[in-house]
Design a protein around this ligand. Structure first.
Ligand SMILES: NC(=O)c1ccc[n+]([C@@H]2O[C@H](COP(=O)([O-])OP(=O)(O)OC[C@H]3O[C@@H](n4cnc5c(N)ncnc54)[C@H](O)[C@@H]3O)[C@@H](O)[C@H]2O)c1
Ligand SMILES: O=C(O)C(=O)C[C@@H](O)[C@H](O)[C@H](O)COP(=O)(O)O
Ligand SMILES: [Zn+2]
Length: 372
């Protein structure tokens, strides 16, 4: 591995949010290490939310530690996949909480990827108007992005993450060992969000990612430890400046305006979130170039990196008759849209991002050029 890699022991990345500040713990074996949970509330009751893929792999391990902290630990195991990020799943969590008479001190633990994390966080925000929760992310994407920063949500058929709340966890516990069971496609999805941090904030990190992509795709522990830590540092820094996306935080949406349209337009789950983001970054970079902000060499470089990471760079046709129109309609629903005007995250290819509109004709050119 190139660059100054972090050691494989536990590392802590703080996120400063006044009375909602917390730490992100990163390291191998954290799931079964009681010390990872030190300082968290030892309420009588806890409830772990997981899913049908993650539970058989890691639920017993987590329960082993939690039963030393809570007299009673309940579980809710949801179905798997992006298509389950719905009211129905959310209700299953509420039913689990209510049927077990969980009180407002009950600690919720989200054990899984971003889908479980986003839904558990939303349930924690709503149940009895707010109960404590802890993120235990088990995918690369969740460790480098979704578990950090307090965005929680479910999807709506008309738009991604449309119903949700900002609600911070008490802690994020990233056990790097869980990444060893992750399918290659999911690892690639996580790489998309890692790649994202370069063009928006830190091009030296993009250089590092490019130089270490093979190690990352092979799940090399040292490379992973550094990538997760640096990603969390970048995200924590952005979120601590703008927790509720008044402005700056929107840069974390680089690639998402197009990506979310792909996810919703294809039907949730057909494209993974990270795949939409990967392809969406290529589209947003191309738009940035058309707007005179980035040069062609940067667009080509980013496209090469995204492709090498195992992610799609050719966007899907969402409507054979009016494809650009369909993309536009889906993007107008995006949460960043302002008075019906779509806002894009545009990059300069040197590590700076801006948020703004783009002429419809240029957006259509990008869609036409990128769709296969
Ligand atoms: N809140 C945020 O800030 C934020 C940021 C980025 C993404 N997201 C959301 O996160 C979601 C995507 O998250 P994701 O990519 O983790 O998807 P996911 O939660 O669907 O997990 C991906 C797949 O991996 C499986 N899995 C999880 N951990 C595993 C492990 N250790 N070994 C084997 N299989 C494992 C899951 O069951 C699932 O099949 C999207 O809904 C996206 O909108 C939210
Ligand atoms: O944390 C953020 O802010 C992000 O934008 C991170 C994104 O990777 C993530 O996919 C987020 O859920 C998208 O937010 P949304 O507000 O566009 O739904
Ligand atoms: Zn994302």
């Amino acid at each position: 591995m190139n660059s100054t890699a972090a050691p494989s022991t536990m590392q802590i990345v703080p996120i400063q949010l006044d009375d909602r500040s917390y730490n992100i713990h990163i390291g191998g074996g954290l799931l079964t290490a009681p010390a990872s949970f030190d300082g968290l509330p030892k309420a009588a009751t806890a409830l772990v939310v997981s899913n049908s893929v993650v539970a058989p792999l890691y639920l017993d391990k987590l329960l082993g530690v939690l039963r030393q902290r809570h007299a009673t630990v309940h579980t809710v195991v949801l179905a798997d996949g992006e298509s389950t990020k719905t009211w129905d799943s959310l209700n299953q969590i509420f039913e689990g909480l209510l049927s077990k008479a969980c009180d407002r001190k009950t600690v919720l633990y989200a054990l899984g990827g971003g889908v479980v994390g986003d839904m558990t966080g939303f349930a924690a925000a709503c149940y009895m108007r707010g109960v404590p929760f802890v993120q235990v992310p088990t995918t690369l994407l969740a460790q480098v992005d979704s578990s950090v920063g307090g965005k929680t949500a479910i999807n709506h058929p008309l738009g991604k993450n449309m119903i949700g709340a900002f609600y911070q966890p008490l802690r994020v516990i990233c056990d790097l060992d869980t990444l060893k069971t992750l399918p290659a496609r999911e690892l690639s999805a996580g790489l998309a969000e890692i790649i994202k941090y370069g063009p928006i904030v830190d091009m030296a990190f993009l250089d590092w990612v490019e130089a270490n992509l093979d190690a990352l795709m092979a799940c090399d522990p040292e490379a992973m430890a550094f990538a997760v830590k640096r990603s969390c540092e970048i995200k924590a820094d952005v979120v601590s400046q703008d927790e509720r996306e008044g402005g700056l935080r929107a840069i974390l949406n680089f690639g998402h305006t197009f990506g979310h349209a792909i996810e919703a337009g294809m039907g949730y789950g057909a494209w993974l979130h990270g795949e939409g983001v990967g392809c969406g970054m290529v589209m947003a970079a191309m738009l940035s170039q058309k707007m005179g902000l980035a040069d062609q060499a940067f667009v080509e470089r980013l496209t090469r990196i995204v492709k090498r990471a195992g992610l799609p760079t050719v966007a899907p046709v969402l409507d054979a008759r009016d494809n650009a129109g369909r993309y536009m309609d889906l993007m107008r629903v995006d949460k960043k849209a302002d008075a019906g005007q779509i806002q894009f995250i545009l990059v300069d290819g040197k590590g700076k991002a801006t948020v703004g509109p783009a002429p419809d004709a240029m957006v259509a050119e990008v869609i036409n050029a990128c769709c296969g």
